[in-house]
Design a protein around this ligand. Structure first.
Ligand SMILES: C[S@@+](CC[C@H](N)C(=O)[O-])C[C@H]1O[C@@H](n2cnc3c(N)ncnc32)[C@H](O)[C@@H]1O
Length: 313
């Protein structure tokens, strides 16, 4: 059984940030779980609180598939899932003061120094939380790593936007997560932090307004050789970067592109180039559904410029 009805996809968003009451068909408190894994915690919360709506973020496709089957089995109507880095998703998809609670259960701690910017609990993320949480809204953070718990505690305590209501060792809640059970069964310590928002923060969003998709129409003599020369080329502009990783030919042309937006949000997508008699259209391939970020839109404008520049590429 493949269940997909719980997933929200970028191409279906009419505008950013999202109107969640339109998505759920009612106005209710919104609770978010980041990195829901196999989904059992999220499913149990949603089952116990039919009066609230729940949004889960997860980057693993395998977890996504498993979790959706669970929600379907319980016939839950109050859950939606988004397959994207939660640091990006929480900032772009939620308006200010719209979320009652955010759960972060046993996130990967990324202990190495060179990986610390992958941690979900960066300064930028706190800034997002300070904007999207309601006043008195809470973040509930659980981990099995003491150094990580103390680092997060310190981050919240030194923030003017939050006060820490709970810091508890070997905590117990009504619902357990899979990793919580795993660490507890191995005799590991666990830590819980509950931080409450006490001041409104602001956050700069990449995408606000209509979710429009630009395409480029241009004229010129585009050859396979010119296209092949794009491969591996890196394009940089202030806060945006993209690289054309590979070019394929199958009737039309297909370009595999990796872009990075301000703040490090990275996506892989395919652009389709088709044309005849020197007239070309470059657009997002139907098979890929990335977020229409500034870097992506820029790649759609910049590639035609490169292909049609005098004496280039
Ligand atoms: C160690 S598992 C914990 C799963 C679950 N919360 C639990 O406690 O059983 C961490 C999960 O977070 C997901 N994850 C990691 N970074 C993420 C991010 N930036 N946004 C969304 N999910 C993320 C991973 O794919 C993984 O499923």
């Amino acid at each position: 059984m493949v269940v997909t009805e719980y997933e929200l996809k970028p191409q279906n968003f009419p505008r950013f940030p999202l109107d969640w009451s339109e998505i759920f068909g009612r106005k209710a408190k919104i609770v978010v779980e980041i990195g829901f894994g196999n989904g059992e915690f999220l499913a149990e919360l949603a089952r116990r609180h039919p009066e609230k709506d729940f949004v889960g973020f997860e980057v693993s496709i395998t977890s996504f598939v498993k979790a959706q089957k669970k929600f379907k089995r319980y016939n839950l109507k109050n859950v939606r899932l988004v397959k994207v880095d939660a640091r990006f998703g929480l900032r772009e998809l939620f308006p200010d003061n719209s979320v009652e609670k955010v759960y972060i259960n046993f996130p990967c701690p990324w202990p190495k120094k060179r990986h610390e910017d992958r941690r979900i609990t960066s300064y930028d993320f706190l800034q997002t939380l300070s904007a999207v949480l309601e006043m008195d809204g809470t973040v509930e953070f659980a981990t099995d790593e003491e150094w990580y718990a103390r680092e997060v505690l310190d981050t919240f305590e030194s923030s003017e936007y939050f006060v820490v209501d709970v810091f508890e060792e070997n905590f117990k809640r009504d619902v357990e997560t899979r990793y919580e059970r795993k660490w507890k069964s191995q005799g590991k310590k666990t830590f819980l932090i509950v931080a409450r928002k006490v001041k409104n923060g602001t956050v700069k969003r990449l995408m606000e307004g209509e979710n429009t998709m630009a395409h480029s129409v241009f004229e010129g003599n585009v050859t396979w050789e010119k296209l092949k020369e794009l491969e591996g080329k890196v394009f940089k502009d202030k806060n945006k970067i993209f690289v054309v990783k590979k070019v394929y030919r199958d009737g039309d042309y297909l370009l595999k592109v990796i872009s990075t937006d301000e703040g490090g949000f990275q996506q892989v997508y395919y652009l389709n180039l088709s044309g005849r008699d020197g007239k070309w259209v470059l657009k997002l391939d139907e098979g890929s559904d990335p977020y229409r970020t500034p870097a992506l839109k820029w790649s759609l404008r910049r590639i035609p410029e490169e292909l049609t520049a005098q004496g280039s590429p």
